[in-house]
Design a protein around this ligand. Structure first.
Ligand SMILES: Nc1nc2c(ncn2[C@@H]2O[C@H](COP(=O)(O)OP(=O)(O)OP(=O)(O)O)[C@@H](O)[C@H]2O)c(=O)[nH]1
Length: 252
C-alpha cells in the first residue's frame, strides 16, 4: 500500500522580487531558477528523494524518508546560497494527489506566495518512522517509443518538441484524472510519475488513452519501494525490461 510523502516547494515572494526595484534580466532569472532546481535535486536526492521542476517557482518533491529536520536543513542551505528563500508544505496520503493537496493547503493557509511576511514556512506532518514501509512509493518511468527514430532524427527540433510535449500534456491530465497519479516531464522523451497503488491494467489504460488521443506511443517501467530513489531505480530497470521484451508495461 502506497503512502506518498509530497513536499510543495515554493519560492517566497518571488513575483515581486523579479521586478524589484525594476524588472530583472531574464537570463539572470533563468540562471537562478535552474541553479536552485539543481541544488534542490542534490539536497533532496542525497536524502533519497526526487524533485520535479514543474513551474520552477513552485516545485514538487517526493520526500519519503525525510523528516522535519531534514526539510529545515534544506531550507537553511537555500537561504545561505540564494537571494530568495523557500517555503515547504508537506502532505502524506496513499493518493499522491491528496498528499499534494494537503501540502498545498499548508502553504496557502500560511499566506500568499506574494506576501513579504510569509517566508520559510515549514508546515505539515512527515511520515512517522514507525509507519514507514517498503512499498510507500510507487514510481513509473514513461518513455516515448523510438523517439529518436520517429522524431529526433526526422523532424526539426521544434516539431519533435511539440510531439513530445503533446504526449506529456495528455498523459499528465489523464493520469491525474483517471488514476490519481502525478506525472512530470524530466527531459528528452521521459516522464516520471508518482503513482498510488496501481496495477498493470491502469498503466495499459493510460498508454492506450495517450496513443488514441494524440498518437504518441509510450512504454512504462514501474517500481515500488520505501523512497523515491529506490523506486525510481527499479522503474528504470523495469523500463529496460520493456525494451528487451517489447512490452508496454513492466512492473518490477
Ligand atoms: N531524464 C531522463 N532522460 C532520459 C533517460 N533515458 C533517456 N533519456 C532521454 O531520452 C532521450 C531519448 O532516449 P531513449 O528514450 O533511450 O531513445 P528512444 O529513441 O526513445 O528509444 P526507445 O526508448 O528504446 O524506444 C535521450 O536523448 C535522453 O535525452 C532517463 O532515464 N532519464
Amino acid at each position: 500500500m502506497t503512502n506518498a510523502q509530497v513536499t510543495l516547494i515554493q519560492i517566497d515572494n518571488y513575483g515581486p522580487w523579479t521586478v524589484t526595484p525594476e524588472p530583472r534580466r531574464e537570463v539572470d532569472l533563468q540562471t537562478l531558477q535552474s541553479r536552485l532546481y539543481a541544488d534542490l535535486a542534490q539536497l533532496v536526492g542525497n536524502r533519497e528523494g526526487y524533485v520535479f521542476f514543474t513551474r520552477f517557482d513552485n516545485m514538487i518533491a517526493v520526500t519519503n524518508g525525510m523528516d522535519e529536520a531534514d526539510h529545515a536543513l534544506v531550507q537553511e542551505s537555500v537561504a545561505n546560497r540564494y537571494p530568495v528563500t523557500v517555503s515547504f508544505g508537506v502532505g502524506v496520503d496513499p493518493s499522491p494527489v491528496e498528499a499534494l493537496s494537503a501540502a498545498t493547503e499548508h502553504i496557502q493557509d500560511a499566506g500568499s506566495a506574494q506576501a513579504a511576511d510569509r517566508t520559510e514556512i515549514l508546515r505539515g506532518a512527515t511520515l512517522d518512522p514507525d509507519e514507514r514501509t517498503d512499498d510507500d512509493v510507487q514510481i513509473a518511468h514513461f518513455d516515448v517509443n523510438d523517439a529518436t527514430g520517429k522524431y529526433t532524427d526526422q523532424l526539426n527540433a521544434f516539431d519533435s518538441f511539440i510531439h513530445i510535449e503533446q504526449g506529456y500534456a495528455e498523459l499528465m491530465r489523464y493520469f491525474r484524472r483517471a488514476h490519481e497519479g502525478l506525472s512530470f516531464f524530466v527531459g528528452g522523451d521521459n516522464v516520471i510519475a508518482l503513482s498510488p497503488d496501481l496495477d498493470a491494467a491502469a498503466y495499459e489504460d493510460a498508454i492506450r488513452h495517450v496513443e488514441e488521443t494524440v498518437e504518441v506511443e509510450l512504454k512504462v517501467g514501474v517500481g515500488q519501494a520505501a523512497n523515491a530513489q529506490t523506486a525510481g531505480m527499479a522503474a528504470k530497470h523495469a523500463l529496460e525490461d520493456c525494451r528487451d521484451d517489447g512490452d508496454r508495461v513492466v512492473i518490477d
